[in-house]
Design a protein around this ligand. Structure first.
Ligand SMILES: [Zn+2]
Length: 164
């Protein structure tokens, strides 16, 4: 998301050379740069005490593959809080711990995905209205039902300690 007008005063921005950053949209009226914006989302590899992974199906994302619990970080929330909240909201589990694994850039939507391992106790999954279905998968099954090379497949591979 590249700014053309100043979000504060509405003035048209000019390109200004800002040190090492190069040409950046700049508001002369407010005297400040507006760096490109993008959404930051969390992606969760939800793991139970038996090493199984909880994955979901969402028809509007893919009819062929499972996907992981994911969502936008809310203003005022840490990424860890966001990961825990999304797991509770989307599949009804209470996280015991949350661990950052790695981040990935989602080119298609221009989003930074922060990938977490979310540890839970194995209980019944309660999918929210945003989720068509949810189920536990063994690590081997999980790798097969995820789109090859996707952010969630790479995250699950990192969490279970194997490459694709
Ligand atoms: Zn301005």
């Amino acid at each position: 998301m590249r700014y053309t007008y100043c979000p504060d005063c509405g003035e048209r921005l000019i390109d200004k050379n800002i040190g090492d950053e190069g040409l950046i949209p700049f508001c002369e009226k407010c005297s400040r740069p507006w760096f490109d914006g993008f959404y930051t989302c969390i992606l969760a590899a939800v793991v139970n005490e038996f090493g199984e992974i909880a994955l979901i199906r969402q028809g509007y994302v893919s009819t062929e593959y499972c996907v992981g619990v994911a969502g936008h970080i809310k203003c005022g929330e840490t990424a860890e809080e966001s990961a825990a909240r999304e797991v509770t909201e989307e599949i009804g589990l209470v996280p015991e711990s949350v661990e950052f694994i790695h981040s990935s850039w989602y080119e298609k939507k221009g989003m930074l995905m922060l990938g977490f391992r979310v540890n839970v106790k194995k209980t019944e999954l309660k999918p929210s209205c945003e989720v068509d279905s949810a189920a536990w998968y063994s690590p081997e099954e999980a790798m097969k039902v995820l789109r090859p090379g996707s952010s969630i497949q790479r995250l699950v591979a990192a969490v279970i300690g194997r490459e694709n």
